[in-house]
Ligand binder design. Structure first.
Ligand code: ZN
Length: 255
């Protein structure tokens, strides 16, 4: 934000010429000038951005500010002039309220700031003597051309977001710890079940061909192996008994 790059307009000469209508009309010309792009530059940069060193974010920031300095007219007369000009130029400077109404966004608008020479003399250029059109109070120049409410709101929102994130993280850690504490153990070796095996045990509580609920994967492998081993031994035993049972008969038949 280059307040020092603001273009200056002096108004209100002794003859009170140009009057507020003339001054207001100048802002139409400024607005047109701000629309002009440099034809000789690829991409068509804004002409003003080449002439003035004013660092802006085109998606957020307003156009370069314009400062009106009133000279040699009475304070009351200047106030009236400024009000009249503000009323006539509203479409150039009025911002859009943000969705929560916390601040105004001035993208594509011209920040118009007015002051009086006697105020500048009295308080100096850093004093709170600048009135931004659309605002209630005079501010220092930096605040007047800037958007302190937007900055404060965005800072608050960022802070609130960080706090929400931290809170969510703590909540997740708490839930993970609770989950861990409730995690069932393998009914065979006592080791905690993995999420997968726990879920599978809940979904398929009955044993199946190659599935044993409630135990860890390594115990399941052991159990299945043992069962198969057992079956094999039993099958052999049956085979042996059958052979045994058949033998006398065959012997008998042979007899
Ligand atoms: Zn186990």
């Amino acid at each position: 934000m280059g307040a020092h790059n603001a273009h200056y307009e002096t108004a209100g000469t002794r003859e009170r010429r140009p009057d507020h209508v003339t001054i207001a009309a100048k802002f139409d010309r400024y607005a047109r000038f701000y629309q002009r792009t440099a034809k000789d530059i690829v991409g068509g940069a804004w002409l003003w951005s080449i002439r003035w060193n004013y660092d802006t974010d085109p998606y957020r920031d307003p156009l370069p500010p314009i400062l009106l300095v009133f000279n040699e007219i009475g304070a009351r007369s200047a106030r009236t002039q400024i009000r009249n000009i503000a009323a006539l130029t509203r479409h150039h400077w009025e911002g859009q309220p943000d969705r929560e109404g916390a601040f105004h966004s001035y993208r594509g608008k011209i920040p118009i700031v007015a002051t009086r020479l006697d105020l500048l003399r009295k308080h100096g250029p850093h004093g709170p003597v600048f009135w931004r059109f659309g605002r209630k109070h005079r501010e220092d120049l930096w605040s007047a051309v800037g958007n302190p409410r937007e900055e404060a709101t965005l800072r608050q929102r960022a802070q609130a977001y960080r706090e929400r994130q931290a809170q969510e993280k703590r909540q997740q850690a708490r839930q993970a710890a609770q989950r861990e504490a409730r995690r069932p153990s393998c009914t065979r070796c006592g080791q905690k079940l993995t999420d997968d095996r726990r879920r599978m045990t809940e979904t398929f509580p009955e044993p199946d061909h190659n599935w044993r609920p409630g135990v860890c994967a390594s115990c399941e492998a052991d159990v299945l192996h043992q069962e198969k081993e057992q079956e094999r031994v039993e099958a052999e035993e049956r085979q042996r008994q059958e052979t045994e049972a058949n033998r006398p008969r065959s012997l008998f038949r042979r007899r």
